[in-house]
Write a protein that binds this ligand. Structure first.
Ligand code: ADP
Length: 190
């Protein structure tokens, strides 16, 4: 079973690359951002509540995010593996993911980090905001807030997996195709 954590700052290309690779490897793509946005579209109570954090560039609190991820993960008992995208984003989420997987007799295979510098990220997110309708991409202050939250709360998760010898960094700047090729080889080698 391959359980891959695709890691990197907002705008690094996690969602784009996940979409290109999941079918090829028969993996299930679990994106917490996508799940929150689905709840917002469907105007659920969770969606309305999560939106207030997302629109300000803040993380949705851990307890609810972890419960939601676990719930989605449980819906795929026969999966050959998963790409976790946007989760874990805090140390508490990383510990929770280890526990969920360990209880099922498995674990994180590797964390693959897409490494992209901040100015490139701001450019990409503003460009996405111009067409995606995502409120959190439309405003440069909110984008910079998300990058600050990433540095403060999410970047330490990398050390958590480095300490387990599971972190692999990849240059996330280049053509989408060339990055997909690199990810493909890396995933095949796991
Ligand atoms: P991006 O990585 O481009 O910021 P996502 O779609 O992954 O986009 O996430 C959008 C927003 O959803 C985040 O800024 C945050 O508010 C919320 N979110 C997504 N995943 C998590 C998570 N694991 N923990 C807390 N909040 C999350």
């Amino acid at each position: 079973m391959k359980n891959i954590v695709l890691f990197g700052p907002p705008g690094a290309g996690k969602g784009t690359q996940s979409a290109l690779l999941v079918d090829e490897f028969a993996l299930v793509h679990l994106s917490t951002g996508d799940i929150f946005r689905r709840n917002i579209r469907e105007a659920t109570e969770l969606g309305r509540w999560a939106k207030s954090f997302m629109d300000q560039g803040q993380l949705v609190p851990d307890d609810v995010t972890i419960a939601m991820l676990k719930d989605e993960w449980t819906k795929h008992p026969d999966a050959a593996g998963f790409i976790f995208d946007g989760f874990p984003r805090t140390s508490a989420q990383a510990a929770a993911l280890d526990e969920i997987l360990a209880d099922a007799g498995t674990g994180v295979t590797a964390m693959i980090g897409l490494e992209v510098d901040d100015e490139e990220l701001v450019t990409r997110l503003l460009a996405r905001g111009a067409t995606s309708g995502r409120a959190d991409d439309a405003n440069e202050d909110v984008i910079r807030q998300r990058l600050a939250v990433y540095t403060r709360e999410t970047a330490p998760v990398q050390s958590y997996y480095e300490a387990q010898g599971k972190y692999r960094g990849l240059n996330g700047v280049g053509s989408i195709e060339s990055i997909t090729d690199e990810l493909r080889s890396l995933i095949q080698s796991l």
